[in-house]
Design a protein around this ligand. Structure first.
Ligand SMILES: [Zn+2]
Ligand SMILES: [Zn+2]
Length: 341
């Protein structure tokens, strides 16, 4: 291996899952693994910080193996590739995302629903992720990325963007429909741009005043508090805030036959629902589970076509703990992104 970073690899790992104030992340030094036949070794140019990383650090998602490096919005250059890799060459830019493996043979995989594969694996949970100088990802689950774009503005597309896109599709928004978005962080501000490009009328409901300003700048018709009623009934809503209390609030905001999609992998408990107030008139409540690689390809092509704008807050890799703490405290505008240094 000829890359300079090999001598001093380092990153962060979840050592003691717990509240972010207790310091669940620790710096680790690891030798770079030699890529397996189907793997890419990436020199990390940027890695986005996702709320799922926070859930992993805090133990909301229990660890699947000890001392795992989080981070699943990885933009990097290929510095080594396994012998079976034909789709990437040394020097190419590649993206590593949350979904990193499926069985390929179960009924879900065969039906184009690999996001539901019971034997799926995830970057930063089942294997080390991108809060590090180097990251190994399976080439079959890597995305080719344009080499001439700012790495920090590409990283949030890989989870926030793709999951937001799937959540938007799960919300069954009709053409020109009225969309409510609850919570307006990294994922929401990207999904919002897709919806607006497709002609939606957007209402954003979030506790963050800065996020409301961003929503209006992007073209939202209104922006209010998380528990406020939108100015008109909604055809569709997406709940990005991991707050179960907002489920009945968003259901009540739906028009007849409206759909609410819950985007997060983790949600606090939903309070009891009243059938008449929250569900009758054929309102639908749906979850969103991971994504397929097709979602990723579709979204990345769409993002390029509509020129999606990523609002990001860069942090040096050495301050990954601070980035997570800021995310926990809602101090991040748009997406937090780690960059080497
Ligand atoms: Zn499967
Ligand atoms: Zn994520």
């Amino acid at each position: 291996m000829t890359f300079a970073a090999a001598e001093t690899p380092h990153g962060w790992a979840v050592q003691r899952p717990g509240p972010i104030g207790t310091g669940p992340l620790a710096r680790v030094r690891r030798r770079p693994a030699v890529p397996a036949p189907g793997d890419l070794l990436l020199e990390v140019e940027a890695c986005g910080v996702c709320r799922t990383d926070l859930h992993l650090a805090e133990g909301d998602l229990p660890p699947r193996r000890p001392s795992t490096v989080p981070g699943h919005e990885i933009v990097g250059r290929v510095v080594a590739a396994g012998e079976a890799v034909a789709s990437f060459r040394i020097g190419d830019r590649a993206g590593g995302a949350w979904l990193r493996g499926t069985c390929g043979t179960c009924r879900y995989c065969r039906a184009g629903q690999e996001n539901l594969c019971p034997r799926s694996s995830y970057t930063g949970w089942d294997a080390d992720g991108g809060f590090a100088d180097l990251a190994l990802i399976p080439a079959a689950f890597a995305y080719p990325l344009p080499g001439d774009r700012d790495a920090a503005s590409l990283a949030p597309l890989l989870c926030a963007g793709i999951i937001g896109y799937r959540a938007l599709r799960r919300s069954a928004l009709p053409l020109g429909g009225r969309l409510g978005i609850y919570g307006f962080g990294a994922s929401a501000h990207l999904a919002a741009q897709v919806a607006l490009a497709e002609g939606a009328t957007l209402h954003v409901l979030t506790r963050s005043v800065r996020a409301r300003e961003l929503a209006l700048d992007l073209g939202a018709a209104s922006a209010g508090g998380a528990y406020d009623a939108p100015p008109e009934p909604l055809d569709s809503a997406v709940l990005f805030a991991p707050v179960g209390d907002l489920v009945p609030v968003a259901l009540e905001a739906l028009d007849r036959s409206g759909t609410l999609a819950v985007a997060g992998i983790h949600l606090s408990d939903i309070p009891s629902l009243n059938y008449q107030r929250h569900l009758f008139q054929e309102r639908d409540l749906r979850s969103v589970t991971s994504n397929t690689r097709q979602d990723g390809r579709d979204f990345l092509a769409l993002a390029e076509r509509i020129g999606i704008q990523v609002t990001s807050s860069p942090y040096p890799m050495s301050r990954a703990d601070q980035a997570l703490a800021d995310l926990a405290a809602d101090r991040v505008n748009g997406a937090a992104v780690l960059v080497p240094g």
